[in-house]
Design a protein around this ligand. Structure first.
Ligand SMILES: Cc1cc2nc3c(=O)[nH]c(=O)nc-3n(C[C@H](O)[C@H](O)[C@H](O)COP(=O)(O)OP(=O)(O)OC[C@H]3O[C@@H](n4cnc5c(N)ncnc54)[C@H](O)[C@@H]3O)c2cc1C
Length: 461
């Protein structure tokens, strides 16, 4: 391609193409902690699928690497571009196209943020339930990472809530997958192949998401446990109780202390209990009526006591919201206290005690520490890793991921691999599986332009 700047500008218009010093630093990173920012050569802000298609055709011809960007809140370095590359930012494609209450779906452009989608559905009594802690994140980013979040224990992850896509292939073809339909058994499921592919296969230009009823009454129980293993043993019993909690999170005592301190939380937990507890379980319940909710809260309190909770506090209104928000912001707390890396490993729920004990043991053997919280109902463990020595830390991370995989888990439960975790994935994953993924990638993206450093060819961890 003779002059990429002129070609991209001709597609999106001069005002919607940034180059050189005009590119703000924001486009060079996401929120991941370890990967160096890289300023791209071009940032294009298309307004339509056709413009995305023409950008990808031009980039394929010129072999220019392309990184899609939603809100840049990802935690794996998947939105960090190549220095010679093109960022396609979906910030102008931010319309909620339709809220279809009959089919209980919303049809949205990828740049719509979760806050905007929530506002657009508020009057319908329905809601998009994928709820990663960062509500400035975009639906396109949720598609890219297969986002999870706290409500996944009841409502599932992005994969369960994305019913269809309009997507642009790197060759420029525009396809539609799935639809406003509850089921489909017609060939390979391309929607699900694209969800979670971290911008390496195709770019979503329209997303059909499932909506669920909003339940008006909610309460949160915070249960303190003296023994860490008791918390993990309580989780399956809470899930099997039929109470249908929409949040089941654990928070270890170090992390709770940091959340209380950094976010000025007032939870009313007596010092004696705080000092003697190893961990907390947060269980949030919701219902159609206050009466039914009240019955469920009472039952949950009894259950938690029978499972060994030292005490359980029922939080409503502001204090419940503050606790949930503090938990959502746990990443910022980990960053503020100097975490060197984070993991979001997933293991079978039954393996959580073994995994957590193993990970903490490995961290202390490496002269570091591992503390955190996580989506206990999903077996999704978020650990802040503190280990200043880079070489030791890489080995520690490798050992922790290897342990998770031995226990039947996976490196990432929801953040994705990005640039940060790809090297561990390539080191630890079955080579036959990686080779198959590579062949799938080649069939979507023959020129290899889409996010080439993610999943396959990133640098050293
Ligand atoms: C405080 C905090 C808490 C968080 N908590 C959670 C949590 O609980 N659960 C969770 O899952 N995540 C969590 N995250 C991570 C993050 O919010 C999610 O990964 C979110 O899905 C990223 O959306 P984004 O719009 O910021 O995407 P970006 O970071 O911009 O991009 C993420 C990936 O999606 C790709 N992408 C973007 N747009 C498209 C598109 N249109 N088509 C195809 N690919 C695309 C990008 O190339 C990249 O690979 C948290 C982040 C923060 C900062």
């Amino acid at each position: 391609m003779s002059d990429p700047t002129a070609r991209f500008a001709e597609i999106v218009g001069d005002h919607n193409l940034l180059t050189g010093d005009a590119i703000p630093d924001d486009y060079s990173h996401d929120e991941e902690l370890t990967q160096p920012p890289q300023k791209p050569a071009y940032v294009a802000k298309p307004a339509t699928a056709e413009e995305v298609s023409r950008l990808l055709v031009a980039a394929s011809e010129g072999r220019i690497p392309v990184t899609a960007r939603g809100s840049g809140s990802g935690l794996s370095g998947a939105a960090i571009p190549r220095q010679d590359g093109l960022v396609i930012s979906f910030e102008r494609m931010n319309a909620v196209l339709e809220v279809d209450t009959t089919n209980q779906v919303a049809v949205v452009q990828p740049g719509v943020t979760l806050t905007a989608l929530d506002a657009a559905t508020a009057d319908t009594g329905l809601r998009y339930m994928v709820h990663p802690g960062e509500l400035s994140s975009s639906v396109g980013g949720n598609v890219g990472t297969n986002a999870g979040g706290m409500r996944a224990v009841k409502y599932g992850i992005a994969r369960h809530n994305v019913l269809g896509l309009q997507a642009v292939l790197p060759t420029g073809e525009i396809i539609r997958t799935g639809g406003r339909i509850a089921k489909i058994s017609t060939g390979y499921d391309l929607t699900q192949l694209i969800v979670g592919s971290e911008g390496t296969l195709a770019l979503a230009t329209e997303v059909i998401v499932k909506l669920h009823p909003r339940l008006d009454h909610a309460a949160t129980l915070l249960a303190a446990f003296a023994d860490f293993d008791q918390v993990m043993e309580a989780v399956p019993k809470v899930l099997a109780s039929g109470l249908g909690p929409y949040i089941v999170e654990y928070i270890d005592n170090m992390t709770m202390a940091a959340l209380i301190h950094t976010q000025n939380l007032e939870l009313g937990i007596p010092d004696a209990i705080r000092d003697s507890c190893q961990a907390y379980l947060v269980v949030a319940l919701e219902n159609r009526t206050a009466g039914r909710l009240g019955e469920d809260v009472e039952r949950a309190g009894e259950l938690l006591a029978s499972l060994g909770a030292v005490d359980a506090y029922v939080l409503e209104g502001v204090s419940a919201r503050k606790l949930i928000e503090a938990r959502e912001k746990a990443f910022w707390t980990a960053k503020a206290i100097g975490a060197d890396d984070i993991i979001d490993t997933v293991v079978p729920r039954s393996a959580m005690p073994k995994f957590l004990a193993g990970a903490r043991g490995l961290a202390s053997a490496a002269g570091g520490a591992a503390a955190g919280c996580g989506h206990a109902g999903d077996g999704n463990v978020h650990l802040a890793i503190i280990c200043k020595d880079a070489a030791k830390r890489k080995q520690l991370m490798t050992d922790i991921f290897a342990l998770a995989m031995e226990l039947g888990g996976a490196i990432s439960g929801e953040h994705g691999l990005g640039r940060a975790k790809t090297p561990y994935f390539l080191r630890l994953e079955d080579p036959a599986k990686v080779a198959l993924l590579r062949r799938i990638k080649e069939s979507f993206d023959p020129a290899g332009i889409l996010n080439p450093d993610v999943l396959f060819a990133a640098g050293e961890a």
